[in-house]
Design a protein. Structure first.
Length: 196
DNA sequence: CGTCCGATGAACT
DNA sequence: GTTCATCGGACGT
């Protein structure tokens, strides 16, 4: 494996830049002794207290959003629509609740385990191409909320990966945030072309 | 291909 | 009671 992303990678204020930089990095989980990993291919930035699309808009603190106020490099995992476990990377200094939603990965290690968790017979591009899909494939649930991602013993880790050049990235508005008014159109979604 | 809709829990009015 | 950073199945074109 390449080196782990250092804690300092996550601490800056530029959550949009960090979202872009996470493309091509490798995310790995170890759940019940099973290791799986994938290359990050889609991200969205959520910019702390000013962003109406963010759970932490206006510094809203609840049992769920408390994790977003942790230091950068922490996992923020929440249950979406009662069913799907969505994984974010907290960024920025402590008490500044920026986060990056990981929306899709390209499977790397242990595809058989991912197929089993998803109930698939064979790999298709539907295996890990959504924020609730790849977390299911990698066994990630809210039990892994609020853990560091940059230490050697962590159950979720993010490594340096392949370099993604600018012309391989599609930039678009974020999805599923129709309530966010003037923040709807922000070009804060990043997708690697030719994801599979 | 497209639209419709149910699942299911946290948080809000 | 309603909304919500989603998904997959049903059904029509």
């Amino acid at each position: 494996m390449p080196p782990l992303l250092d804690k300092s990678f996550y601490i800056g204020d530029d959550v949009v830049g960090i979202a872009r930089s996470l493309l091509g990095c490798i995310i790995q989980s170890r759940v019940n002794g099973i290791t799986t990993s994938g290359i990050i291919t889609e991200t969205e930035a959520y910019r702390g207290p000013e962003d109406k699309a963010s759970h932490a808009y206006n510094n809203r603190r609840t049992p769920r959003t408390n994790t977003m106020f942790e230091e950068g490099g922490t996992s923020y995992i929440y249950l979406c629509y009662g069913i799907h476990h969505l994984f974010n990377v907290v960024t920025g200094p402590r008490d500044i609740p920026h986060a990056v939603l990981i929306r899709a990965i390209r499977p790397l290690e242990n595809i058989p385990a991912m197929l089993e968790r998803r109930g698939f017979n064979r790999a298709t591009n539907s295996l890990t191409n959504g924020p609730g899909k790849w977390t299911q494939a990698m066994g990630i649930t809210t039990q892994l909320d609020n853990i560091p991602l940059y230490t050697t013993h962590s159950l979720i880790q993010i490594y340096e990966g392949i370099n993604i050049s600018k012309d391989e990235i599609i930039v678009s508005p974020r999805v599923g945030i129709d309530y966010a008014e003037e923040w709807i159109g922000k070009p804060w979604r990043f997708i690697v072309k030719n994801k599979v």
